[in-house]
Ligand binder design. Structure first.
Ligand SMILES: [Zn+2]
Length: 200
């Protein structure tokens, strides 16, 4: 009976503080979506590949300042296949994989931020990052969600794919044109990664 009671208390603690354990990793693999002939989402001269790369570089700078090792799957505007991105990530030990994208839909009124995961550790990481994104940008919460995107479902590491707003929405497009907004996204992702590592 005593043992059962202890088990119940233990499980309640698990449910009440799902983030109360630290993650052990040293390297963050940063994957700037698209590149080269693959522009990603596009509106006029606004290309997702450029927005994602700029945000990825800002994220890299912030993570380095915080003491993390970083790896970039691309270093400028060239094409990298999805299997190659995964292979780069999986070639590093004690790592997490963070893919940066901007969104598009034909429904022009749709706005907000979303973070995708595939594994359960990816889910924990996604919740920390999505929480930080909302605090830093005060925009619409499209939640942390399960998805089978290639780069996250084939990663050997905790992996997420961040969608930093909709290129197809006029208001968000104007925001993401500014370095301040992309810096806010980078700051939020870095903060979420650090909170995931610390466990709170
Ligand atoms: Zn994309």
């Amino acid at each position: 009976m005593n043992q059962i009671l202890r088990l119940i208390v233990f499980c309640a603690a698990c449910v009440m503080s799902p983030g109360a354990w630290a993650a052990n990793f040293k390297t963050v693999v940063i994957d700037a979506g698209h590149g080269g002939h693959d522009n990603g989402a596009q509106w006029g001269k606004i290309y997702e590949k450029h927005l994602a790369f700029d945000t990825a570089v800002r994220l890299e700078n912030r993570l380095k300042q915080m003491g993390y090792k970083t790896v970039m799957t691309r270093r400028s505007d060239y094409f990298v296949s999805l299997p190659r991105r995964v292979a780069i990530g999986n070639s590093h030990k004690n790592a997490i994989f963070v893919s940066i994208h901007y969104n598009y839909t034909w429904k022009r009124h749709v706005t907000g931020l979303e973070t995708f995961y595939h594994s359960s550790e990816g889910q924990r990481l996604a919740h920390f990052v999505q929480g930080s994104l909302l605090r830093q940008t005060r925009t619409v919460d499209r939640n942390a969600k399960f998805a089978r995107y290639y780069v996250i479902s084939n990663s050997a590491h905790p992996a997420i794919l961040v969608e930093g707003g909709f290129v197809s929405n006029e208001e968000e497009r104007e925001r993401m044109k500014s370095g301040d907004y992309r810096e806010a996204i980078a700051r939020a992702v870095a903060e979420g990664i650090d909170r995931y590592r610390r466990g709170f």
